[in-house]
Design a protein. Structure first.
Length: 708
């Protein structure tokens, strides 16, 4: 099994996140802490090592040779005077370059005038001087490093990889300073480039000619090889050396560069990690949306997107998890897919559009029925109060409509216990192994064991008031969803055994046991969301209850409520600019609302915003794959429609918006966030094909089982 050494400071979680990702790939690692310029210490004992290292000693050099690669995770500002990392440059980079010395990768190395560094005469990176940043680094825009709402999405954003001759949307920076509110890339002196150096990655901003220009003879770079050392962007985001499972913090970790470092060092993994994508209630419309004139336009745009996704997925072995909101067959809800397919009259479409709208919904149904290799399905019930999942014990008891399809155990009029196990007056369950022979009541099975429910109420009614957290309620509602899927010709594969949950409602152990009974192996949840009734003990990234996995996911929606990039009529938090923190202040929308009044302004700033969103979304999705073996998902009703243009008719979700502009010719015409996200992740996977692959939820669950 390959093995690498992670070198890092004491005040960061970077090496632990990296180590988790390496473990998932099947790559072993040790962590070496930088204490001072004269003392490096192992986190855990390694055979034959009993004392700290002097990092410039022969013992240190011999120790490094035990590994196939050394990854140095710099964690300090470019203006720091801490000298602990200096030996990795003044000795390791300058002198340890023999054939048996392992490759060394430096992430975000602070090559600056804050310390006295002895570097080779032909080392091409210009040391950064905070008193003169624009002549010693490439600062493409002032102040864009400032955090907004915890998101760090305005750094790097588009990178050209010279070996691969490919552009990828990932965040990148090499220097940070000024209380972490500024960032920059390296500047390279072209006169010092030689056979010992190679430019690996460069900023590739389509608006580059209108940004700060580097001095003559100097090139901006994100990645450089010098001998057998590689200098790459940092793994951490600004103003956050700590990592947690919260969304705002994990966005600070830049996973692409970890995998790219392994590629440069020639480290092969034991396994590839599957990249899995989900659609959350994908085919729905809302007549209350004030920004789209016709719901028929929405469903047509979704159908066109799904047809494109089918072709994209089929060619790559990708299977989209499709979680339609179930329950509309039984409860009074509008706009759900069942309502679109089988409702009466024109609703939920505009007057006169009912027949055309239902025809589009039927085309979507046929599309996914005919392509089970591209689409898998999960239970997703939002019919609880306020549209949340019913599997929330906080709801207490509510009236629910039971299904009555023949051949199902929990269908009406079969008896259904309405037993609340938290009540001391509603009877009790006894395992048949220990129950008296005289014990009588409702017989049931749970977790492979036979039980009898004594003195508990049951009902045969089609509508019943049931306790939310009950095992029997869970069985009835899960079976109801499975019956609805069967009627649609979309069976849920028990072998996949995965379900998508509404509002991160998880229901407690009664629900968990019901899932296991129906063959489910896991369900998704978003890091940072509370789990109802607590959760199994252990690492929150590895929540597991018996053989159930809590699979983490990241929401990658472009915007909310069809709000698009930005428009003054919407809530700012709904737009992509506000939701993802894509601008600093009003730099993109304009202090005087130029976005709405100046088409040229909108064209230029819109491309910048799209670039920032893509890179942030790609990094968030990659984090889920690497650090927690999870997924990414979107709501197509928020992320399948096109970016809008402002016209005499208002905000048009279908029409052209970006016609292109000299220097900005990246997207012309419409921009479909779901398509673009998949296309750009495809580019990343192509670059990192030794480590990542498009995959299925079945493959992901298998990896989670192997990794543990």
């Amino acid at each position: 099994m390959p093995k690498v050494l992670l070198v890092s400071g004491l005040d960061t979680m970077q090496p632990y996140v990296a180590q988790t990702a390496l473990r998932a790939l099947g790559i072993e690692s040790d962590i070496l802490f930088v204490v001072s310029s004269a003392s490096y210490r192992l986190l855990t004992p390694v055979a034959g090592i009993t004392a700290p290292f002097n990092p410039t000693s022969s013992q240190m050099r011999d120790f490094l040779k035990r590994y196939q690669a050394v990854l140095v995770c710099w964690t300090q500002s470019a203006t720091t005077t801490f000298t602990g990392y200096d030996p990795t440059l003044t000795t390791w980079l300058s002198s340890w370059n023999a054939a048996d010395d392992p490759p060394v990768v430096h992430f975000g190395a602070a090559i600056s005038t804050s310390r006295t560094l002895s570097l080779p005469a032909n080392f091409p990176i210009i040391p950064f001087d905070s008193a003169n940043p624009d002549s010693t680094a490439y600062r493409w825009a002032n102040g864009i490093f400032t955090t907004a709402g915890g998101f760090r999405n305005r750094i790097g954003t588009r990178v050209s990889l010279t070996r691969e001759n490919r552009t990828v949307y990932v965040r990148a920076w090499n220097y940070r300073w000024s209380s972490d509110n500024e960032c920059a890339a390296y500047l390279v002196d072209q006169n010092l480039l030689s056979s010992e150096s190679e430019i690996l990655a460069m900023p590739d901003f389509p608006d580059a000619q209108r940004l700060n220009q580097p001095p003559t003879g100097k090139l901006p770079v994100f990645g450089l090889r010098y001998r057998n050392h590689y200098l790459l962007p940092a793994l951490q985001g600004p103003s956050s050396t700590r990592w947690s499972s919260r969304h705002s913090s994990y966005n600070a970790f830049h996973p692409f560069w970890l995998l790219y470092a392994l590629k440069l060092a020639g480290i092969q993994p034991v396994r590839k990690l599957p990249v899995v994508f989900e659609f959350d209630h994908p085919a729905e419309v809302s007549s209350s949306n004030p920004y789209v004139s016709r719901e028929l336009d929405m469903v047509r745009a979704m159908r066109e997107t799904f047809e494109w996704v089918r072709d994209f997925a089929k060619a790559r072995g990708l299977q989209i998890l499709w979680s339609s909101r179930t329950g509309a067959r039984y409860e009074t809800v509008t706009g759900y897919w069942w309502d679109m397919l089988f409702g009466t009259g024109d609703a939920p479409f505009d007057p006169g559009d009912g027949a055309a709208g239902r025809a589009e919904a039927q085309r979507i149904l046929q599309l996914i029925q005919q392509n089970p290799d591209c689409f898998a399905f999960g239970v997703h019930d939002h019919t609880g109060p306020s549209g949340d999942g019913f599997n929330a014990p906080a709801w207490g008891s509510l009236a629910r409509t039971r299904h009555s399809d023949p051949g199902y155990e929990w269908a009406a009029p079969n008896p259904l216990p309405i037993w609340d196990q938290r009540s001391s007056t509603q009877g009790y369950a006894i395992n048949r192994k220990v129950a008296p022979t005289s014990a009588s009541g409702f017989n049931f099975e749970m977790n492979g064991q036979a039980y009898v429910l004594v003195n508990a109420p049951t009902t045969t009614q089609a509508t019943a008031t049931v306790p939310a957290g009950s095992y029997f309620t869970a069985c009835m509602l899960l079976e109801r969803a499975l019956a609805e899927h069967a009627l649609l010709g979309l069976p849920i594969d028990g072998g996949v055994g995965y379900t998508n949950h509404a509002g991160n409602r998880h229901g407690g152990r009664g629900w968990w046991e019901a899932w296991r009974r129906f063959g489910f192996k896991g369900f998704r949840w978003q890091p940072g969301a509370a789990l109802e009734l607590g959760a199994p003990n252990g690492d929150p990234r590895r929540l597991r209850y018996r053989d159930l996995d809590f699979v983490p996911t990241a929401n990658l929606d472009f915007s909310l409520s069809w709000a698009g990039l930005y428009h003054s009529a919407a809530s700012y938090a709904d737009t992509a600019l506000g939701r993802w923190g894509l601008e600093n202040g009003t730099e993109l929308r304009g202090a005087n609302n130029e976005w709405s009044n100046d088409m040229q302004w909108r064209r230029e700033k819109g491309v910048v915003a799209l670039r920032r969103w893509l890179s942030a979304a790609i990094d968030s999705w990659l984090f889920m794959v690497l650090a927690v073996q999870g997924t990414g998902y979107v709501h197509p009703n928020n992320s399948a429609l096109h970016v809008r243009r402002f016209s005499d008719n208002g905000w048009d979700p279908i029409g052209d918006w970006l016609e292109g502009f000299p220097g900005n010719q990246v997207w012309t015409g419409v921009f479909n966030p779901t398509k673009e996200l998949l296309v750009e992740m495809d580019s990343v996977i192509a670059v990192l094909s030794d480590y990542l692959k498009w995959g299925t939820i079945r493959e992901l669950m298998q990896v989670r089982s192997e990794v543990g």
